[in-house]
Write a protein that binds this ligand. Structure first.
Ligand code: 4NP
Length: 167
């Protein structure tokens, strides 16, 4: 994590491998924050519930999908979620129900309220989960990023409590 003020809002995105969906969410959310001029108010990170890809950059297909929308995620490196994350972050967003269940276990009763499914924040989709594009094709990454961009915009609206169409 980079430096942020003491009162920063700390937001963590979590998927399984931290090489496809959560780096896309980190990049999309960071851009939304910066476009609103709120960069100094946020600490943004991503992690994976699994440990297979530790230290790896985002999947090349995820990097390309992000780059097509002007988002650079090439510098990110995969890491695994920890119990310390559950205390350190204020908002912890899971990409799917399996991540959500893992995170709730890790968070325990004290921090469980911070853990939500990312797509809960956006009623523009009926989906509860961001489909895992890892075994898919380029178009699956585009679809994942469509959902992620809509939901991260809505999440930012929710966190900043501005009136908006998403909860
Ligand atoms: P992600 O995608 O959870 O969106 O990063 C995956 C990446 C790797 C694996 C599964 C999902 N894997 O099984 O290695």
């Amino acid at each position: 994590m980079s430096q942020a003020p003491m009162n920063a809002r700390r937001v963590l995105f979590v998927c399984l491998g931290n090489i496809c969906r959560s780096p896309l969410a980190e990049g999309a959310f960071r851009r939304a924050v910066e476009m609103r001029g709120l960069g100094a108010d946020f600490e943004i990170d991503s992690a994976g519930s699994g440990d297979w890809h530790l230290g790896a950059p985002p999947d090349a297909r995820a990097q390309r999908a992000a780059a097509r929308r002007g988002i650079d995620i090439s510098g990110l490196r995969a890491r695994q979620t920890s119990a310390a994350d559950m205390a350190a972050f204020d908002h912890i967003l899971a990409m799917d129900r399996a991540n959500h269940a893992d995170l709730r276990r890790l968070a325990g009763a004290r921090h469980a309220h911070k853990v939500r499914l990312l797509l809960e924040h956006c009623p523009q989709t009926e989906l509860a989960e961001v489909p895992d594009p890892y075994y898919g094709e380029e178009g699956d990454f585009e679809h994942a990023l469509d959902l992620i961009e809509a939901a991260t915009d809505a999440l930012l609206t929710h966190i900043t409590a501005a009136p908006g169409k998403c909860k």
